[in-house]
Design a binder for this molecule. Structure first.
Ligand SMILES: [Zn+2]
Length: 203
């Protein structure tokens, strides 16, 4: 796992350099005598504050609206297009007001292990073990979902709010949500939930 804390503080060149490794799982360095390739398949986690001053209570923010926009704007569209799950976190102090009992880590671990086993068994014999590795054409052809399930993706593609890459990433995420729910195939709810997770919503 590659964790970049304060991701908006990294220079644009460093952030943009992540795009190829995220797509191809390798770093390629061109040298005079040829190209060196290093394996770089990782799970990328970016954390960023909503603004440069980042007060504990967002109401105390002293940044100009333009500064706030510019700050998160440093994380470019093409980079965020490669980030499958985006969540706006609430401040810690708000957690006391949430009325839901959180699940224990052991329970979640159990569910994740079951989901990963389901994915491994589906892709067995293909060389892939996780949904993240499966190429888009395989998801769109051999494992094509019924049209009724992919309707949210088609609509978003049509409206121009989802890229072709984003559509493939949504499909992979929908498979993972189905695996977590113990379903053999994603249903429209998994696809809709996957689409929702791609945009910065409040946790
Ligand atoms: Zn601020």
């Amino acid at each position: 796992m590659l964790f970049l804390d304060e991701a908006a503080e990294f220079g644009p060149r460093s952030l943009e350099a992540l795009r190829t490794p995220l797509e191809d799982g390798e770093v390629r360095l061109a040298r005079r005598d040829g190209v060196v390739r290093y394996p770089a398949r990782c799970q990328l986690l970016l954390a960023a504050n909503p603004c440069p001053c980042a007060p504990p209570d967002e109401r105390d923010c002293i940044c100009a609206p333009s500064a706030r926009r510019r700050y998160l704007g440093r994380l470019s569209g093409p980079l965020l297009d490669r980030v499958d799950v985006q969540v706006a976190m609430r401040p810690l102090k708000d957690l006391g007001q949430v009325d839901v009992q959180p699940e224990g880590t052991a329970t979640v671990r159990e569910r994740v292990l079951r989901a990963r086993a389901a994915a491994r068994s589906r892709w067995s014999g293909t060389g892939w073990t996780t949904n993240a590795e499966v190429p888009g054409p395989v998801l769109r052809r051999r494992f094509r979902l019924p049209r009724a399930a992919t309707e949210p993706i088609e609509a978003a593609l049509h409206r121009g709010v989802l890229t072709a890459r984003g559509a493939d990433r949504t499909l992979r995420l929908a498979w993972t949500l189905a695996d977590l729910a113990g379903r053999d195939w994603p249903v429209i709810d998994d696809v809709s939930a996957a689409m929702g997770l791609r945009h910065r919503s409040t946790a």
